[in-house]
Write a protein that binds this ligand. Sequence first.
Ligand code: PLP
Length: 471
Amino acid sequence: MQKKPIDSYQDNPYRQLPGIDTLLLQMPEATETWGRDAVIACLQGILADLRLALAADPATECHLSAIRQRAIRTLEDANAPSLTPVMNLTGTVLHTNLGRAVLPTEALTAITAVAGASSNLEFDLTLGARGDRESHVEGLICELTGAESATVVNNNAAAVLLVLNTLAVHREVPVSRGELVEIGGSFRIPDVMERSGCTLVETGATNRTHVQDYRDAITEKTALLMKVHTSNYCLQGFTHAVSEQTLAALAREYSLPLVVDLGSGNLVDFTALGLPEERTVAQVLADGADLVTFSGDKLLGGPQAGLIAGRHELVEAVRRNPLKRALRLDKMTLAALTETLKLYRDPARVTQRLPTLRMLTRPVEHIRKQADDLLAVVQSALSGTFRVTVANCQSQIGSGSLPIETLDSAALRIAPVSNKDADLRELQLKLRRLPVPIIGRLHQHALWLDLRCLEATQQAQFITQWQTLLP
Ligand SMILES: *Cc1c(COP(=O)(O)O)cnc(C)c1O
């Protein structure tokens, strides 16, 4: 009887699998892009998978070109940037989960310049000696806020921590119960106070705090008086809070500094821009605050940073705190912050040049016109399955700024013909998988794309992306 050859495919289906060397020869660009070791590791993984698949089903497709394609796709996925731009059409302009403020071009240019070369970060070019990294920004903050001195750290949470740790460690700080806020789930004033080493003295009632409550809370252990912007919530009804002016007078009476955590910290008069009222850093300092802390990437419209501005000797004390070194800003952020702040020197144009203010002040008629213009392309990509309309909506400022004040806006409202939320979720997933993911907001069984933050420069890409979804 004739023996069957032992290497027939029937006996050993793995024989169909190409060898690593054969595959490598077929993908020179891949080894050039990702490196030989990475490509080999990827191919080994795929071949191992295929061996398992072949064991179960000897007819499994394992052609060389299919393996090659699968490897390239796997390598592309593995090397795609994890952090990537998205289109924020949620209607929340300063969205913490979506990176808060969009930086102005001037800041982007400055980041690239100092990141790709050595710089005079801490080198005084006039004296040829060691310089101070804050020299690039301090004067500008003082110029724009009227403060005597200023310093900068990694974010406003760090600013609060550092100020309290410098001025109040092992001592007491009275804070109104109505201001013991949690911001974004990760920053709670009471927790930060505890970690800074000071003792929080809760003052007043949640809805009402009077100047007498602060007076009663002051002891010989009191280090400072503190007022916290309630940012992301609002007390309404039978409420009373003590103004900065009144609190400043009380602080002076007891020779205590008044520290105000402003949160957002805007530098321009919002009412003049048709926006909800929000006091500026300069106003709060003029009202008698000795130190003010605020964020770089909220209403200010710059990079993530914490700014501390106010009286010279207090800022100096903060600067000398050894923790300052652990919280200092890097050169890219300093460059971006400096260029962002410079835009405020030209108040007539800052609302156009700074994306945050540009988006916040966009007239609703422009947004509605944009929605009208984009309606057809979105509707044709979804024809039959969803009904798209232009609808009025309300944008939010976000990041805890002015929580109850909203801005009139316009959206593309996408509702499933089936009325099924599952169809909406599927569409959302599709939009999140686009090269520049489109992020909207689910509301009343529809997906809303608030166009306030879709800038003119992104519009062509928005259209192209919808065209790729055409059925
Ligand atoms: C946002 C906010 C903070 C935290 O600021 P980050 O820059 O996000 O660290 C602290 N205090 C108040 C009142 C805020 O609104």
